[in-house]
Design a protein around this ligand. Structure first.
Ligand code: TXA
Ligand code: MG
Length: 331
């Protein structure tokens, strides 16, 4: 176990911006204000930093994260804009609108941040401090709301500190956030626009720009996520082509192996390909590698991927949640 960081709170000034950018570049976790709520930022291209971010939030599942960018030019390096997305970004960015778009194949954001999905949520926030941090850092920043899992989104630095003291490196205090509720999330995929989460940008404003009513995706009953699943348009979780055989104690002929820890399973030599989530058994490293390793093994064409057991502690709970979903039968 690494020692928990001491959380520093600094008020927003030029020096704070430089410290925030420096901390992010070193793989640290930085809470900062956006116009909606405080976000907990990490380098969007650093899977290990993102794994630590999930651990700090204490979330038992990997919910995909919003990639924050300085402007729509930066967003275009991550995602494919259809006509509706172009119109909405031109009208409302920077602002409290998140667009869920098809991820570009050369998107530099870590697979873990998008939970292995082919889509990505992007937003250009409209807050001077968030904008300055994005400009100073020069890369996309993933940032969920800076609260512990199951708590409400923070609108002051004091809320962030109450939830995350000792779990993150830095809080940039920029006073209360002006909007106070999270961004509105709209998916623009396959030429259709769909409201996924109501938020700081009123739906009527969006409909005025689109010139048509916005379809609303229903939130599935019993779902713990705050965004819904739209049939045919959005996958709710990563689903490989291969079948996953979980808690594998051995390898059968023709299987690829997703290993964990230093001890190989029985008949490991039978594996057509092997990737190890973490040879040292480190769950943060395992989380950082989870989706990219699954994709690599799936892409290599194995019909079955044997997955060694992953302990249920710490990030292991979220890893096992995602493995179970990826293993679920589907049609
Ligand atoms: O105002 C906000 O949006 C704040 C500030 C910090 O920007 N952020 C925020 O992030 O509320 P978070 O992680 O608490 O909520 C983002 C929501 C999650 O419910 C997540 O499931 C959804 O966005 N989301 C992210 N990527 C998605 C995707 N590819 N498809 C569908 N939903 C996605
Ligand atoms: Mg949240």
């Amino acid at each position: 176990m690494t020692a928990e960081p001491t959380t520093r709170v600094i008020s927003a000034n030029a020096n704070a911006i430089a410290q925030a950018a420096h901390c992010l570049a070193a793989g640290g976790l930085v809470a900062f204000p956006t116009e909606t709520v405080y976000g907990l930022g990490a380098d969007a291209t650093d899977a290990t930093a993102i794994a630590r971010l999930y651990a700090a939030k204490g979330r038992p599942a990997f919910n995909p994260l919003i990639a924050h960018v300085a402007d729509s030019t930066a967003a275009r390096a991550l995602a494919v804009f259809d006509a509706a997305a172009e119109r909405l970004a031109a009208a409302f960015w920077p602002g409290p609108l998140t667009l869920v778009l098809r991820k570009r194949s050369d998107c530099p954001v870590a697979e873990l941040a998008t939970a292995g999905l082919d889509t990505i949520a992007v937003r250009a926030p409209d807050h001077p401090i968030a904008r300055e941090i994005l400009r100073a850092f020069g890369k996309p920043i993933v940032a969920p709301s800076a609260n512990r899992s199951g708590h409400v989104s923070p609108t002051t630095a004091a809320h962030v500190l109450a939830d995350l003291r000792g779990r993150i490196d830095l809080i940039v205090d920029g006073g209360p956030t002006p909007v106070g509720v999270e961004s509105t999330i709209v998916a623009c995929l396959e030429g259709r626009a769909l409201l996924l989460r109501p938020g700081g940008l009123p739906r009527a404003d969006i409909e005025r720009v689109l010139g048509s009513p916005l379809a609303v995706a229903p939130i599935p009953p019993g779902s713990e996520a705050d965004v819904p699943l739209a049939p045919g348009m959005l996958a709710s979780h990563y689903a490989p082509k291969a079948r996953l055989r979980l808690d594998a104690a051995n390898v059968q002929a023709g299987e690829a192996l997703l290993a964990f820890g230093p001890m190989p399973p029985a008949n490991a030599e039978r594996a057509t390909r092997v990737l190890n989530l973490s040879t040292g058994g480190d769950l943060v490293e395992a989380a950082a590698n989870l989706f990219s390793h699954l994709r690599a093994l799936d892409g290599a064409g194995a019909a079955v991927i044997a997955v060694m057991p992953v302990p249920h502690e710490g990030l292991g709970e979220a890893i096992n949640d995602r493995l179970a979903r990826a293993a679920a039968p589907r049609d």
